[in-house]
Design a protein around this ligand. Structure first.
Ligand SMILES: [Zn+2]
Length: 284
């Protein structure tokens, strides 16, 4: 990993001497901000300022937890390596573009220099001032572009190498993520299959229950019809008998409920009749 490049990136984003934070965060997860402050020998607010700047660009992320004893929140920080690398990639592309711009102008244009002042100007500006220095009036000399061309070319080559490294690392990270995703996809596929089996069973049970409820409801209707009949018969009987019959009927209902409707009706009628007979005979 190009930790040095991450250093530079962080310093560019958050200021001088902030790059050290990369060494503390790199390869770790959820680092306590007080630990960062201690290692960097900075105050907690200085550390937070750095981290807020970096988080504005998504280079770090945080979670917060409430400190149970002190009652305030502590932030835990994680370096977002991929985001950093993408940012670096963009920065390096831009840098190469700029260098190529410089190279192009060094290769095609003239530059003039005032040696005593060490100031270099482009041809247009030199012309504007009659080829003499704006500051000291010394006559400009034509710059030798070969040095800057050589330097710029070297810089372009170096930066292109860095870009290649960063892209390689990005590719590695993305490949890892892809594999991770495939694994979790397979896992969730398995889980989905298991869920389907459970759901199927649950649906079958639900259908059975619905059927039972329906059967019960139908049973109730028939019972109600039976009840009406019973009431009519009851009216003929003495009041004392009626009460007893009602009580027994309630008990019977509970037991009979679960049984098949047809049988129940038949049973009820016969049992009721026999009960009635018994009762009447007892009464007599
Ligand atoms: Zn000068």
């Amino acid at each position: 990993m190009q930790v040095k490049l991450l250093h530079d990136l962080v310093e560019e984003m958050a200021g001088l001497n902030t790059g050290r934070i990369v060494d503390i965060l790199f390869g770790k997860k959820d680092v306590n901000e007080f630990l960062i402050a201690k290692k960097m020998e900075l105050t907690i607010n200085q550390v937070r300022n750095i981290l807020y700047k970096l988080s504005a660009d998504g280079l770090v992320s945080f979670i917060r937890k409430k400190d149970k004893r002190k009652g305030w929140y502590i932030y835990y920080w994680t370096l977002k390596t991929e985001k950093c690398l993408v940012k670096l990639e963009q920065a390096l592309i831009k840098k190469i573009e700029n260098l190529n711009g410089v190279l192009g102008s060094r290769e095609t244009r003239r530059f003039y220099v005032c040696k005593p002042c060490g100031i270099e100007v482009g041809e247009e500006k030199a012309l504007e001032h009659g080829f003499s220095c704006e500051e000291c009036a010394e006559v400009y000399e034509l710059s030798d572009n070969s040095g800057p061309i050589r330097d710029t070319k070297a810089k372009v080559t170096r930066t292109e190498k860095e870009l290649e490294l960063i892209r390689g690392e990005l590719e590695t990270i993305r490949e890892k993520d892809r594999k991770k995703r495939v694994r979790s996809d397979k896992k969730s596929e398995k889980e989905d299959a298991a869920k389907k089996v459970i759901l199927k069973a649950a649906r079958a049970t639900a259908r059975k229950n619905v059927a039972i409820v329906k059967a019960k409801a139908e049973g109730k209707k028939k019972k109600e019809i039976v009840k009406k009949k019973v009431v009519k018969k009851k009216v003929v009987k003495k009041k004392v008998v009626k009460k007893k019959v009602v009580k027994k009927k309630v008990v019977k209902k509970k037991v009979v409920k679960k049984k098949v409707v047809k049988k129940k009706v038949v049973k009820k009628k016969t049992s009721f009749a026999s009960r009635l007979k018994k009762k009447l005979s007892r009464k007599k």
